[in-house]
Design a protein around this ligand. Structure first.
Ligand code: ATP
Ligand code: MG
Ligand code: MG
Ligand code: MG
Length: 569
């Protein structure tokens, strides 16, 4: 590909609304552009990376015996009514009506559709087990789309669904898929961890999430210091013994919303005041006075002893104000039941007793007493890192009985479930068993966030100059950068020849044939993250040589022109 005929679309400046490095670099490297909140256009080089992820996933799924198909994005509401999720799913399910006023949903996931397909198509035990997958666009009307494609409203997922007649059979496929996921993340060259996950509202018994470790991760995962135990924080909490937290030193009970300030402003203004024993805080209230629906809850969490306190979650509890119950807020924030103050008030209040002192920081308390600076509850707030607040914290005894918990941040890139009969029972998906009787099938489901992986890979592979793609994902394998091509005869000649030879050798080459200064070209190739670069300049050509640069190792080497192809192959 020639840059002059391509849409490189690199940006010099960091876009101000991009908070995390992968989002910034995906915009700057010309991989994506925002259309609207949570909706992104993939530019050519972004798309190339996305396809590479897709293909690795596809190959590993095929190897594991899953069969590819493709289901519609638009799904009839009656299937969702049948499974009970039309009501349950809430506002994340984007609903539409067709011209006949019939209700539909844009698929956030496809359990209903696949179950409908299988109950019609599979009739005998002889056709089981079967594992079907697709790589498809998913739509979720996320309450807070953010971080670019990391949490988008439209994204690419690989979702697989398996059908069985026994738990043992399900278990076997589940294990195969677990291994296939490990293979995918190994091939992608990512630092990842499978962790035990809580099955939560999806139901079922066994579940694992796959996390790419990254500071910017929205999830927390707990590791035992002395065993292989690794769980997402929800699961760790679900099995952890309840722990007494120290009592607060001061009670705070309201924020001053008119003078609302962001956490960053408060930090600046008042500095961080560490307090012992404070782990979490939840404040909640109306998004603004005119809002009819919805409470906003803010969750703050951090390591007070290290002076690192962060507002970590801002959630909308979607109930009419007067009807928001404690259960709604517990569900939305992950707060410990019973830890909440009065619910349903229009003024934000601090609720977790054990955490109330932390509000000193949030509210900006001073030595003379409490000064309620307040939190900006406007939904414009973007300075928060989202995390589920939990009662399990670093240093707690590990639920496995060995060692203490270390907590790290992760990006959820995959999630597998043993679903059991939740959908097949609700939708009466049975087959003729060997006994001659009809038997409800048991199911597994297996998701991978294909587009999220692209962003997660950048979180782990970058430096101050840009992206450092692992070879498996790079949009181009090699760049040819001719210096001052238009001022020379032999440079374009040699560059063209090298370009043709490399292409003929099957190398995916980006030939930077723009009339740009060399510095601009080098910066762009580093930003885009092309792993190998050949620089063609007059001085080296005098000795029939070119310069080779490796983006990952930073190594530079002058090599003979006639060896340029061999060196790379
Ligand atoms: P999250 O906890 O991040 O909201 P989830 O648990 O709701 O994700 P699943 O239903 O388990 O997601 O979907 C399977 C995979 O799809 C996730 O592991 C994740 O990688 C990806 N995914 C989910 N939501 C999004 C999104 N809004 N944007 C991009 N990828 C997503
Ligand atoms: Mg989600
Ligand atoms: Mg999740
Ligand atoms: Mg999940």
């Amino acid at each position: 590909m020639r840059t002059s005929q391509y849409i490189l679309a690199t940006l010099k400046e960091t876009p101000s609304d991009a908070e995390i490095i992968s989002h910034q670099l995906m915009l700057r490297a010309g991989m994506i552009r925002k259309l609207a909140s949570g909706l992104y256009t993939w530019l050519p080089s972004g798309l190339k990376v996305l396809r590479k992820v897709e293909n690795i996933v596809r190959e590993e799924m095929n190897k594991a015996g899953a069969i590819e198909m493709l289901m519609p994005i638009i799904q009839p509401a009656d299937l969702w009514q049948e499974s009970g999720r039309w009501e349950q799913f809430g506002p994340e399910l984007l609903r539409i009506n067709d011209r006949h006023n019939r209700p539909f949903a844009l698929g956030p996931t496809h359990e209903e559709v696949i179950t409908e397909f299988v109950r019609k198509e599979i009739s005998s035990y002889k056709q089981l087990p079967i594992n079907l997958y697709q790589i498809q666009t998913k739509v979720r009307d996320e309450v807070r789309p953010r971080f670019g494609v990391m949490r988008a409203r439209e994204f690419t997922m690989k979702d697989a669904y398996s059908f069985h007649l026994s738990e043992e059979c399900l278990d076997e496929t589940y294990r195969k898929m677990h291994q296939a996921y490990c293979n995918v993340f190994e091939r992608l060259g990512l630092d990842y961890r499978p962790v035990i996950a809580d099955t939560g509202s999806i139901g079922g018994s066994v579940s694992h999430e796959f996390h790419v470790l990254a500071e910017s991760g929205e999830d927390a995962i707990a590791f035992s210091s002395e065993s292989d135990y690794a769980a997402n924080i929800e699961k760790a909490e679900a099995v952890a013994p309840s722990i007494e937290r120290p009592a607060p030193s001061k009670e705070l009970n309201r924020f001053d919303t008119p003078n609302a300030k962001t956490i960053e402003e408060l930090k600046e203004q008042h500095g961080v005041k560490p307090h012992r024993g404070v782990k979490t805080l939840i404040a909640y209230g109306a998004p603004n006075e005119n809002e009819e629906r919805g409470l906003v809850a803010l969750v703050v969490r951090g390591d007070h002893e290290l002076n690192e306190l962060k507002a970590e979650k801002l959630v909308l509890v979607d109930s009419p104000l007067e009807f928001a119950t404690e259960e709604d807020i517990v569900k939305a924030t992950g707060a410990k039941p019973g830890s909440l103050g009065p619910v349903g008030l229009t003024m934000p209040i601090i609720v977790d007793r054990s955490a109330a002192v932390m509000a000193d920081f949030v509210a900006g308390a001073n030595e003379d007493g409490v000064h309620y600076s307040g939190i900006n509850f406007d939904r414009d707030v973007t300075n928060y890192v989202v995390e589920d607040i939990r009662n399990v914290v670093e240093g707690d005894a590990s639920p496995c009985g060995k060692g203490v918990l270390n907590i790290k941040r992760g990006i959820e890139v995959g999630h597998i479930f043993q679903l059991g009969t939740k959908y097949s029972e609700a939708m009466k998906a049975g087959v003729l068993a060997e006994s001659g009787k009809n038997q409800i099938m048991t199911m597994g489901c297996y998701g991978i966030g294909v587009s999220r992986i692209v962003a997660a890979a950048i979180e782990q592979n970058h430096d101050k100059y840009g992206i450092k793609w692992p070879t498996a994902l790079a949009p181009f394998e090699l760049a040819i950068v001719p210096m001052n091509m238009h001022k020379s005869h032999r440079i374009p000649e040699i560059a063209e020849k090298l370009y043709a030879d490399l292409q003929a050798a099957g190398v995916d080459v980006l030939f930077d044939d723009r009339k740009e200064r060399p510095g601009v070209m080098f910066n762009d190739m580093e930003l885009v993250g092309v792993p190998h670069t050949l620089v063609i300049g007059e001085r080296n050509l005098d000795n029939n040589q070119v310069e080779y640069k490796n983006r990952i190792t930073g190594e530079k080497e002058v090599i003979d022109l006639d060896k340029a192809i061999e060196v790379l192959l």
